[in-house]
Each structure stands twice: as C-alpha cells, then as structure tokens.
Design a protein around this ligand. Sequence first.
Ligand SMILES: Cc1cn([C@H]2C[C@H](O)[C@@H](COP(=O)(O)OP(=O)(O)OP(=O)(O)O)O2)c(=O)[nH]c1=O
Length: 211
Amino acid sequence: MELILASASPRRKELLEQLGLTFEIIPAQGEEIIRSTKPDRVVQDLALQKAQEVAAGILNRYYIGEKELNRETMILGADTVVATADTILGKPADEREAEGMLMTLQGRTHQVYTGVCAITIFQKDRKPQDARIINFSEKTDVTLFPMTQKEIRDYIRTGDPLDKAGAYGIQGIFAKHIEKIDGDYNNVVGLPIGRLWQMCLRKEEGSKYQM
Ligand SMILES: Cc1cn([C@H]2C[C@H](O)[C@@H](COP(=O)(O)OP(=O)(O)OP(=O)(O)O)O2)c(=O)[nH]c1=O
C-alpha cells in the first residue's frame, strides 16, 4: 500500500513515523471551509477536505499520465482544534490572540479534537476501481494549572504557540502548565495514532474496527 500524509505538520509526520511506516508528504493547500459550530464535526470535515484535495490531485496526475497507481493508495488528512464550552480555537493569528486564548484556557479543563480522514483508492487493471473513506474524530480533555499573565507572556515569547491550535503545544516547554489529561495524548499533539492504526491501517482479522 502507498501511504500519503496530506499534512504539513511536523508533529503528524513524527507520529506516523513512530508506527514505522514509510510515506510521502503532500500537504493540502486549499482554503479550510468551516461548515459547523460543533468542534467534532469541524475537525472531521476539515480532515475530509484536506484528504479530498490531495486525492483529487493524485487522480489528476494519474489521468494526465504522470503517476502510476499502486494496488491501494491511502491518503491521510487531519485537523486539530481546541474547544471550550462555547468557542472553537484554531491557530492564533498573532501574539495578542495567543494571549487571549491562553487566558481563556488557563486554570480549567478544555477539549482537544482531532479529525482524521483516510481515503483509499483501489486500483485494478491499472485503473482506479473503487474508493473507501474512513472519517472520524477523537476527543481528549486537557486541564491546565492556573497561569499568571507573566507566565503566559513568557511562553508566548518562546514563539511556540503560533503554529498550534489553542496557542500551546503539550509536547514542549508548555508541559509544565498541564495538570492532567483524559484521553489519547497523541491526539492532542495532532494525530490519534492508536485509533488511526486500529481503524485504518491494521489489516489482521479480528481488528476491533475492521471495515
Ligand atoms: C493543542 C496542540 C496542537 N498542536 C498542533 C497540531 C497541529 O499541527 C496544529 C493544528 O493545526 P492544523 O490546522 O490541524 O494542522 P497544520 O496546519 O499544522 O497542518 P495541515 O493543515 O497541513 O495538516 O496544532 C500541537 O502540536 N500540540 C498541541 O498541544
């Protein structure tokens, strides 16, 4: 099977490499269109949009004779947001927005949702024959210790928050502000690799999520 990661996120690349998989990276570049107010729906839909864009590009390259198709080609898209009871937080636009996000999140529990979409194109007689789409989202609860404004500003000054949903990265220096998490840690970093493996990549009989 050929595996393609439709993401520019270095964290997702690392997490997928952790599974010992070989894959190519083709990031989706299209505009992300938000069509829901529910965070689990938003991430599922954005993951689908990313995987669809890259799958369409692959089929296009096949039709113009630039690419041969493997027996199976799986394209993986993902999207992560942070959510409180009434807001969905993506990546902050600037330091001011990052400060606002961290002020909201400190000292309480919030949810991190990652949506995953795996599109598999099946080839027969050298032609695309069929496709399968698996699309799901995973939630992790994260509780932060209370933070002072100075702690928030010091963290923002590291430059770490700007490319991360909710303006923090659980995997770096911000770890000292995490009180507890309930759910999959890797889901917070950007890819729920356990569930991804069980639902999309594991081939053996008896897999809990065999499709
Ligand atoms: C909450 C949190 C998010 N993140 C990251 C994961 C994602 O890379 C990013 C959310 O942005 P996304 O839009 O999900 O992904 P991306 O723009 O990095 O990559 P692409 O769209 O090409 O797939 O935030 C962390 O690294 N650590 C964290 O603790």
